[in-house]
Design a protein around this ligand. Sequence first.
Ligand SMILES: [Zn+2]
Length: 92
Amino acid sequence: MRTKRAMPIRTCVGCGSRESQSQLMRFTLGPEGALVPGRGEGRGGYLHPQRRCVRAFTAARSGFVRSLRVVVSRETRERYATLLEPSMTLWA
Ligand SMILES: [Zn+2]
């Protein structure tokens, strides 16, 4: 019997649940500390492509993103949510 290669598992920074990487949308810390969606370089954070996860991430008291090892300010998170808004109309 063939052993299936394990899918990489990542944690959604919105709801905190673990999910296979393919179900999540990646972002990285761009220049000047902004969040940038996509593959990008360096360490990445992950979110479900769902409004409630983006909102939970934006509203979180602590903006610490473990995978990035940084605290992301509320302002930066709000800006990222605004950036995602056009595509959010397609989301659940
Ligand atoms: Zn989530």
